[in-house]
Design a protein around this ligand. Structure first.
Ligand SMILES: Nc1ncnc2c1ncn2[C@@H]1O[C@H](COP(=O)(O)OP(=O)(O)O)[C@@H](O)[C@H]1O
Ligand SMILES: [Mg+2]
Length: 248
C-alpha cells in the first residue's frame, strides 16, 4: 500500500487538482484508491461531487476517535473517499496529547488499498503533520510560474523535523510542475532551478495550464469524467503512469 501525502504549504499550487485527478487516473489503471481529504476547506471532497455539509461524519470524527473509518468511507463508484468538513479546524483544540499521531492511530488497521492519497491543507499545521506522520511518501506540486524556493525551504525544514521526530520512513518521491505554459520563459527557469537544487525529483510530465481542469470541480467531476480528451486528462494520465513506475 503506497501512502502518499500531496503537500505544499503554499496554497493554489495544484494540490487538490492533482490529488483528485491522480486518484482518478489510478482507478482507470485498475488500482484500488482511497483519497483522504484532510483540508478543512474540503475542496477535494467538493471536487468529487460530495457536499461536505451533507456528510454526517468526516475525517475529523475518525481522528477524534468518534467513529471507525470504515463507517464513513464514501464509495464513489469504486473510488473511495474519506471526506473532510469544516470540523477539521477543531483538531487543533482537541484536549489530547501527541496530536500528530491521530490519523496514523485511527487508520492503523487500514488495508486493502493499492494507493492512499492525502490532500493536505496549505499550511504546516497539525493537519499536515498528521498526513506526513501517516504517509510513506510525499509528492509536492509546484506551480512553475513563480520562483518558489523561499516557500519550499519551510516545507523541507518541516520535513526534516518530521523525519527526526515523527516518521523516519517518509521520502519525497517527486515534484509535479503544475500550471505550465511553454510560452512563459519563467516556467523554464523555475524548472531548471528545481532540477539543479533537487536533481531527479521532477516528474517528466508537466501539467499544462488547462481551463478544463479549472472547470471540472464545479461539476463535481474528475477531468476524466468531465473532458477525457483535454490536455489536463492526458497530462494527469501520463504523470500517474510515472508515479506508478517510480515506486520508491
Ligand atoms: N493545470 C492547471 N491549469 C489551470 N488551472 C489549474 C491547474 N491546476 C489547478 N488549477 C486551478 O488553480 C486553482 C488552485 O488549484 P488547487 O488544486 O485548488 O490548488 P491547492 O489545492 O494547492 O490550493 C484552482 O482554481 C484550480 O482549478
Ligand atoms: Mg487544496
Amino acid at each position: 500500500m503506497r501512502i502518499i501525502a500531496i503537500s505544499n504549504n503554499k496554497g493554489g499550487v495544484g494540490k487538490t487538482t492533482s490529488t483528485v485527478n491522480i486518484a482518478a487516473a489510478l482507478q482507470i489503471l485498475g488500482y484500488k484508491v482511497l483519497v483522504i481529504d484532510i483540508d478543512h476547506q474540503a475542496q477535494a471532497t467538493y471536487h468529487f461531487g460530495i457536499d461536505p455539509n451533507k456528510v454526517k461524519y468526516s475525517v475529523y470524527d475518525v481522528m477524534s476517535g468518534e467513529v471507525n473509518y470504515r463507517e464513513i468511507i464514501v464509495d464513489r463508484e469504486g473510488l473511495y473517499i474519506l471526506p473532510a468538513n469544516t470540523m477539521l479546524r477543531n483538531i487543533e483544540f482537541l484536549p489530547v496529547p501527541a496530536k500528530e499521531f491521530l490519523l496514523r492511530d485511527a487508520l492503523e488497521e487500514l488495508n486493502g488499498y493499492d494507493y492512499v492519497l492525502i490532500d493536505c491543507p496549505p499550511s504546516l499545521g497539525v493537519l499536515t503533520l498528521n498526513a506526513l506522520t501517516f504517509s510513506k511518501e510525499i509528492i509536492i506540486p509546484l506551480q512553475v510560474q513563480f520562483l518558489p524556493f523561499h516557500g519550499m525551504y519551510n516545507l523541507f525544514e518541516a520535513l526534516d523535523m518530521v523525519k527526526k521526530r515523527l516518521n523516519r520512513a517518509i521520502r519525497v518521491s517527486g515534484i509535479i510542475g503544475t500550471m505550465f505554459s511553454a510560452k512563459r520563459e519563467i516556467n523554464k527557469e523555475v524548472l531548471e532551478e528545481t532540477e539543479k537544487r533537487l536533481p531527479g525529483k521532477l516528474y517528466q510530465t508537466l501539467i499544462r495550464e488547462n481551463t478544463a481542469l479549472q472547470e471540472a470541480p464545479s461539476w463535481g467531476k474528475t477531468i476524466f469524467e468531465y473532458k477525457p480528451d483535454s490536455t489536463g486528462a492526458k497530462d494527469y494520465m501520463n504523470l500517474t503512469k510515472e508515479i506508478v513506475m517510480r515506486d520508491i
